[in-house]
Design a protein around this ligand. Structure first.
Ligand SMILES: [Zn+2]
Ligand SMILES: [Zn+2]
Length: 375
């Protein structure tokens, strides 16, 4: 069905990179998709970033590609016979560099108003006096937990960090988007604390990185909340509201409900809409179920590894992931995954800390009920 609705305006590579598409919903609403190249490679590569231009009655561009992609994205918009006069706002699906990296340049070039979910704005600022021990006080709060290598950061992030703080951001709240009559926004934190989903009538939903085909988006960690607690709005009072696997699963369940209500809703992801020369059609309800099941299985696998012997995060990660997944930044990504699952297992009292940095299974499997009951 998706395939029939999509008109390819410009083809890209086998994984969609540089592709431009147009999709017309049955209500007549036009959505354009632009796949801008990404930087990351190897086994944790998400592929090109899909940015969407939605011609609703308050037309908006969702996402801006990675750092330095602003100009390229604008060229792609022009290549689709559109211009900056065709949209009113730039909306950010979540504050990861592969989605808001081109924001500053695009905002400069177009003068458009920017909208993002509330924590985005707080987290893009610098608070040198509030950075906790172990964090980098010279980074914005969103990046206090950054684990990217120094060389990468110096080349890609310093300018990006500085520019983002200069931007004026309008805050989007649940349901109250100002993006058009039939456009509804949902806060779906977990992958990132500011993640948004945007529903277009009963026909389509833009889900950012919260639901992806082929790959399972990485969850953040609840520990990140305690780093940035002081810079967030006071209404954000608990970690699992914004960060970690519990927040993520709650968000997946929120989207699953939408998928149940509108069984053929078209789901447009932030990556992998097209890969291996194929359109990846997402059934929102089914994909949500798969993602929940994936995390249940991963919790079970982590428990199994520490069933008899206490182990460090590093040891658990090495046993759980195949060696090729642990190359370069892969090991930091993999440890983040294990860590966020351990956080849930500790809350479930299925895992205990053993000594300073080791963990051991307690013998129970409460996590299944915890995950089942999250809402
Ligand atoms: Zn992301
Ligand atoms: Zn992404």
């Amino acid at each position: 069905m998706l395939k029939q609705m999509i008109k390819v305006i410009r083809s890209g590579d086998a994984n969609g990179k540089n592709m431009i598409i147009k999709l017309t919903l049955s209500s007549g609403l036009d959505i354009y998709g632009f796949a801008t190249p990404n930087f990351y490679g190897g086994d944790w590569d998400y592929g090109a970033s899909w940015n969407y231009l939605v011609l609703s009655d308050q037309p908006f561009l969702l996402d801006t590609g990675r750092f330095n992609m602003g100009k390229k994205l604008l060229d792609m918009i022009n290549a689709a016979s559109l211009s900056i006069n065709d949209f009113k706002y730039i909306v950010i699906s979540h504050g990861h560099e592969d989605h808001d990296g081109g924001l500053y340049d695009l905002a400069e070039m177009t003068g458009k108003k920017i909208k993002a979910h509330a924590p985005y704005k707080q987290l893009t600022h610098f608070y040198p006096d509030l950075a906790p021990a172990g964090a980098r006080p010279d980074f914005p709060a969103s990046c206090w937990h950054c684990f990217m290598p120094e060389a990468y950061v110096n080349q890609n992030c310093l300018k990006y960090h500085k520019e983002r703080t200069l931007l004026e951001i309008d805050e989007i709240k649940d349901g109250n988007s100002g993006l058009g009559e039939r456009v509804k926004t949902y806060h779906v934190p977990g992958h990132s604390p500011d993640s948004l989903a945007i529903q277009l009538g009963d026909e389509a939903i833009l889900v950012g990185d919260t639901v992806l085909p082929e790959i399972t988006p990485f969850p953040s960690r609840e520990a990140f909340f305690y780093q940035v607690e002081k810079v967030l709005y006071p209404e954000h009072t608990t970690a699992d509201e914004l960060y970690g696997l519990r927040a993520y699963i709650k968000s997946i369940k929120k989207l699953k409900k939408i998928g149940e209500k509108y069984s053929d809703i078209i789901t447009l992801p932030g990556h992998r809409l097209f890969s291996n020369n194929n359109w990846n059609e997402i059934n929102l309800r089914d994909r949500a179920n798969e993602l929940i099941e994936h995390h249940i299985q991963r919790c079970a696998a982590v428990l199994q590894i520490i069933k008899k012997e206490a182990k460090t995060i590093h040891q658990i990660t090495k046993e759980h992931f195949p060696a090729h997944m642990l190359k370069d930044i892969g090991s930091a990504m993999a440890e983040l995954e294990v860590h966020s699952h351990l956080e849930l297992l500790i809350i479930a009292e299925d895992v205990m800390q053993a000594g300073r940095d080791k963990f051991i299974a307690a013998g129970s499997s409460n996590f299944k009920n915890i995950i089942r009951n999250l809402s």
